[in-house]
Write a protein that binds this ligand. Structure first.
Ligand code: SF4
Length: 217
């Protein structure tokens, strides 16, 4: 299936991002898929830097899924207290561990529908876990960066994360979803920064609908 023509805007954007970031990986630290899931749950409304500080101690204190499942909730809550929404997240982590033990033989599930059955796991978290934990391109995790840049570039006109994801999935072949996802997030941190985008040095400005419409005048 052909998604874009040789000179299409979508292709140019992806090629420019690939050239800008020849290799890239998720900024969260983890050593197994369960830790990836925990770090991703923690990352909602929290910077990756903060999550990595929290998990540095957390992943030493608890090393197995049963340890999370059996730990007193107050203890987990205290361990992650510097994260936003830490009370809810502590509950999600403990209950997810319990459900994985009960329903999935102690293994983090590998399908979107199973992951979505875990407490606190929405499509964005599931996409991150499937791609970074299992190498599966099931979708694109639409965070604030992906949503903002996709709109500025003109790849979508929606503010709704589900619709943004749908638009991006229709524009790019499946094998590129994870690559594109990582690069858009990093580009939003480095160059297309909310409130102060560095348009003058942006490698996407030729393809950027916002730049072409307004900033070039
Ligand atoms: S030209 Fe400016 S607004 Fe457009 S993608 Fe680049 S940094 Fe963002």
């Amino acid at each position: 299936m052909t998604f874009y023509s040789e000179k299409s805007k979508e292709k140019n954007i992806l090629e420019a991002l690939n050239a800008y970031y020849p290799s890239i990986k998720i900024a969260l630290n983890f050593s197994n898929v369960w830790e990836l899931l925990v770090a991703t749950i923690l990352s909602a409304q929290c910077t990756d830097e903060r999550v990595n500080i929290i998990t540095k101690d957390l992943f030493v204190k608890y090393t197995t899924i049963p340890e999370y499942a059996n730990a007193p909730l107050e203890e987990i809550t205290y361990s992650i207290r510097s994260a936003g929404l830490f009370r809810s997240k502590a509950g999600y982590i403990k209950k997810s561990a319990q459900k994985i033990l009960k329903n999935y033989s102690g293994h983090v599930p590998k399908t979107m529908s199973e992951l979505l059955s875990l407490p606190g796991v929405a499509r964005k978290t599931a996409n991150v876990v499937l791609y970074n934990g299992y190498g599966k391109n099931e979708g694109i995790a639409v965070d604030t960066h992906v949503k903002r840049i996709s709109n500025l570039l003109g790849l979508t006109e929606s503010e709704n994360p589900q619709k943004v994801e749908k638009d991006l999935l229709s524009l790019y072949p499946r094998e590129e979803w994870g690559n594109l996802n990582h690069r858009l997030v990093q580009y939003g941190r480095d160059i297309c920064i909310a409130r102060r985008p560095k348009c003058e040095i942006c490698v996407l400005k030729k393809e950027c609908a916002h730049y072409q419409k307004t900033l070039q005048k």
